[in-house]
Write a protein that binds this ligand. Structure first.
Ligand code: COA
Length: 262
């Protein structure tokens, strides 16, 4: 599969997906959206894919939606605008539901939809000097398609400040609000990502996919309404081959069969 604005490198069960439109700081237009969506949909069907590293080429991770692309939408009908916006929404949904572990590697900046991409990653590692922001209101627009994922990560209180002011914030603030998991010096960024990759490769793939599905499912419901879902999830998984292998490997003091180095 070849892409116009994505570089995809595969090493065993690990895929490194790099946004590759550095001249405009990896801003995304309809072509980047099409690339990312088709990559994510393919990843949904790839049972051997265990970990994804989502990164950006050049100076920054991503400057979000392409302002030139959005400005030209004034010449399109409302229906065309909605169709176009829905394509972006489908992209975020497709990445958010990739069943393997998606690690965001953020350097430089993640602004607007770039911070939205961080929100659909499972784990986000960033360098200390990176800047973040839901800058849309500064441009007279809204953080619309990314809002469900960002709100799940940062909550309404931080969103009221950051969505409404559109102000930029630093990596430590991104960690404080739950958008980022680890902040490291720039020189240690890849080593930090590699540590998460190694952790991810020792987690059982079916259990990972089901745990990820469980988070989304449980989040949308009240605690009393999820007893059936959670009980059924563990009842199925602990008697499944993976559950049995993991429990036995622990008791027999050996590595389970799914553990890999790449
Ligand atoms: N859409 C379209 N083009 C963009 C862009 C965006 N979101 N972000 C950057 N670019 C373009 C710039 O217009 C510039 O084009 P030019 O070379 O033709 O002048 C080029 O990318 C480089 O941008 P520049 O600002 O000079 O790069 P920088 O490395 O100094 O700064 C950023 C990088 C990301 C901090 C800065 O570009 C920025 O703040 N971008 C806007 C981010 C934003 O608010 N996004 C929300 C969109 S909804």
């Amino acid at each position: 599969m070849s892409y116009q604005y994505l570089t995809v490198e595969r090493n065993g069960g690990v895929e490194r997906v790099t946004l590759n439109r550095p001249d405009v700081r990896n801003a995304f237009n309809e072509h980047v959206i099409a690339d990312l969506t088709s990559w994510a949909r393919r990843a949904h069907d790839d049972a051997s894919l265990r970990v994804v590293i989502l990164a950006g080429a050049g100076k920054v991770f991503s400057a979000g939606a392409d302002a030139a692309w959005m400005a030209k939408m004034a010449g399109y009908s409302h229906d065309d605008n909605v169709r176009d916006a829905r394509a972006a929404a489908e992209m975020f949904l497709a990445i958010n539901t990739v069943p393997s572990i998606v690690i965001g590697r953020i350097h430089g900046a993640a602004l607007g939809g770039g911070s939205g991409l961080a929100a659909v990653c499972d784990i986000v590692v960033t360098e200390r000097d990176a800047i973040f922001g839901f800058t849309e209101t500064k441009l007279g627009i809204l953080p619309a398609m990314i809002s469900p994922y960002v709100l799940q990560k940062i909550g309404a209180s931080a969103a009221r400040d950051l969505f409404l002011t559109g102000r930029r914030f630093d990596a430590m603030k991104a960690k404080e609000i739950g958008l980022v998991h680890e902040v490291v010096p720039a020189a240690e960024l890849d080593a930090a990502v590699d540590r998460y990759v190694a952790e991810a490769l020792s987690a059982a793939p079916t259990a990972v996919a089901r745990a990820k599905g469980l988070i989304a499912n449980v989040l949308s419901k009240a605690p009393g309404d999820v007893i059936g879902i959670t009980a059924d999830a563990i009842a199925s998984q602990r008697v499944a081959p993976e559950g049995q292998e993991g429990l036995k490997a622990f008791l027999e003091k050996r590595q389970p069969s799914w553990t890999r180095t790449t």
